[in-house]
Design a protein around this ligand. Structure first.
Ligand code: SF4
Length: 284
C-alpha cells in the first residue's frame, strides 16, 4: 500500500493542504482537490488511485514522444485516472476527466518490474493521463525498476510542486514535458502555471534528467507567432540541445476549432530550427 505524501492538516484538522502540484489545494473535510484524485475525509488524507491504472500498453518510444532517448525501443506504458489541468482540447479526457466509474487495475511496483522484464522491455512510461498524480508510486517503483535495469519515464504537464520536482530529479530518467502555451493568461485558463513549468523544466534539465518538450499548437490558445518565438527563446536559453516536438492539434473533447493550419506548423518549425538543434513535427 503506497501512502500519499506532501500534505498536511490545517485549521486544527478541519482541512488539509496538498503540495503535490503547483495548485496547493486546501481540501475541506469531505472534499477533494482540483484534480479529483486526492481527498480528505474524517481527518484522513487519501489518494485512492495510487498504484491503480486503467491503460497498459507497449508503445514505440517515439510515440511518447521521445526521439533522442533510447530511439527504436519499445516502452511499457501505463495510464491512470484524473488530471490537475483542465484543457478543453484534451485528447485523453475519458480517463483524465472521467464522467463515472472506470475499471482500474492495481499493479504493484514489483509486478510492474516483472511485467517489463517478461516482455524484455527496459523502460516504463507513466503517460496518457497526468502521471504526477502517481508521484508516490513512481518514486517508490523507480529503485525497484532500476535494480532490474529498467528506466522510468514520465509524459507530463510538469506542474509539480517543488518537493516533487526535487525527488523527480533523482527518480526519473527521462520526461516529455508538455508546454501548453507561452503566456501566463492562457496557462491560467487551462488550469496551469507557466512559471511552474518553466521553473521545473530548468531544474530537471540542470539535474540531468533527459527532457524533451512538446508544444501542441492550438488555434486561439497557443498559435501566436510572438508567443511561440518567446518560448523558443526561453528553451534556447535553458539549452539548445532540448528536443522540441511541435504538434498539430485536432478537435477533441470540448474544443471544436478546425485543425491547426499546416502553414502555421511549417512557420513554427522554421522559427524553432533557427535556435534549437532538434525539432520535430508531430500529428502531421
Ligand atoms: S495534486 Fe494538485 S490539484 Fe490535486 S489535490 Fe494536490 S495540489 Fe490539488
Amino acid at each position: 500500500m503506497i501512502e500519499p505524501r506532501w500534505h498536511s492538516t490545517k485549521d486544527g484538522g478541519v482541512s488539509s493542504a496538498c503540495r503535490l502540484c503547483f495548485r496547493g489545494c486546501k481540501i475541506p473535510e469531505g472534499g477533494s482537490g482540483a484534480c479529483g484524485a486526492r481527498m480528505y475525509s474524517h481527518g484522513v488524507f487519501s489518494s485512492p488511485h495510487l498504484g491503480r491504472f486503467v491503460s497498459v500498453a507497449v508503445d514505440p518510444i517515439e510515440k511518447k514522444p521521445l526521439r533522442r532517448w533510447r530511439p527504436g525501443t519499445k516502452i511499457l506504458s501505463l495510464g491512470g485516472l484524473h488530471c490537475n489541468m483542465r484543457c478543453p482540447f484534451c485528447q485523453n479526457h475519458v480517463i483524465a476527466h472521467p464522467d463515472g466509474p472506470v475499471r482500474e487495475r492495481e499493479i504493484t511496483p514489483r509486478g510492474l518490474a516483472e511485467a517489463a522484464k517478461s516482455s524484455s522491455l527496459r523502460s516504463v512510461a507513466y503517460t496518457y493521463n497526468e502521471p504526477s498524480l502517481q508521484a508516490e508510486y513512481i518514486f517508490a517503483a523507480s529503485p525497484i525498476l532500476r535494480a532490474e535495469g529498467i528506466a522510468t519515464v514520465m509524459v507530463t504537464n510538469g506542474m509539480f510542486g517543488e518537493e516533487v520536482c526535487g525527488e523527480a530529479v533523482g527518480a526519473v530518467d527521462a520526461m516529455n514535458v508538455d508546454v501548453k502555451a507561452f503566456d501566463a493568461d492562457s496557462y491560467r485558463r487551462l488550469g496551469g502555471s507557466l512559471d511552474a513549468v518553466k521553473r521545473n523544466v530548468r531544474r530537471l534539465v540542470n539535474g540531468g534528467v533527459h527532457i524533451e518538450l512538446t508544444n501542441l499548437v492550438v488555434p486561439g490558445i497557443s498559435d501566436s507567432p510572438d508567443g511561440f518565438a518567446d518560448m523558443i527563446d526561453w528553451i534556447a536559453k535553458v539549452s539548445p540541445d532540448i528536443p522540441l516536438h511541435i504538434s498539430r492539434y485536432f478537435p477533441a473533447y470540448r474544443y471544436d476549432k478546425p485543425p491547426t493550419d499546416i502553414s502555421s506548423i511549417e512557420k513554427f518549425l522554421d522559427i524553432a530550427r533557427g535556435r534549437l538543434k532538434y525539432v520535430y513535427a508531430g500529428n502531421i
